[in-house]
Design a protein around this ligand. Sequence first.
Ligand SMILES: [Fe+2]
Length: 355
Amino acid sequence: MAEVLGLGITHYPLLAGADSHMANLLKFTLTDPDIPDEAKDPRNWSELAQREWGEDQGTAAAAGHRAQLLAGIAKCRAELDAFEPEVVIVWGDDQYENFREEVIPSFCVLAYEDTEIDPFAVLDIMKIPNAWGAPREGQTFTMRGAPEFAKALVTDVINDDVDCAYSYQPREHIHFPHAFANTQIFLDWDHIGKQFPYPIVPVAVNCYGEHVIARRGGLARFAEINKGERLDPPGPSPRRCFELGRAVGRSVRESGKRVALVASSSWSHAFLVDRLWHLRPDTEADQVLYDAMVAGDYEAWLEVTSRDIVEAGQHEMLNWYCLLGAMQELGMTLEWSDFVVTEVFNSNKTFAVFK
Ligand SMILES: [Fe+2]
């Protein structure tokens, strides 16, 4: 009989960087000349934002934020080790990494063999030193794949009326998609990904939808936005992601294996909330969904539209829709969760354990 564990974590890239850079996304936003000065003035920010920003632009507060995130990650790793999965399915977003102008699949199962990954490739792009103080050279880790399991998963899901793409090879000459790489790195924090014992089947979800190519990974200046963006078609609807999750749940139930299902993403992202000048996440919208998740009220989640998701900067929460669909299908319940709210570290982060 199959056994399943459900987890939700973050893959926040700046967690892998030093404290002095944890608020870099906000620092970048503050250099946007088209954001009004009053909005950028910390004296007009919330009490939490002012406290986190402090006298050092978030460096001191970063240690506290990091401690909260590492506690949630450690909890999830402990649950994973107690469960000893044969395979871990991870839902994550592709931020203009594997999938670009050639094709944007709504869902794509990465049926890869074992893959060598550079843990610091994304930090290099942002020119940020790593949080471990590890030497830059010689860093790689292996993400073990499960290609046969992945192919069987795609087969089941397609036969279950949910169309799903698949891939046998990553795009060349780019870093491995950070949603998946960081999931392994963070779950294996003490070894920077090297001693993670479980194979991973990544399922890429087109979370960025109308912004996936238009904003190439998400960051945009208001000058570009105001002159009219060439938006892309939407990503899969929240309801469709939930349906994919249910189909994955049914496949896993029939697999006879011990499978961990992981949603990997932070919730509302400041840099995606145009209405709030990219200065803070839409915490109010996140709180509504967090409360509904704790109450097991999935109907509240299903009332949310694609437009609501985009306006709240909750693009990446589509990964969590997949997880919750599977949890509902399998009759699993939320056993533990934590909601980490921040104003200056770009996104709120949620951790969850379903059994
Ligand atoms: Fe992401």
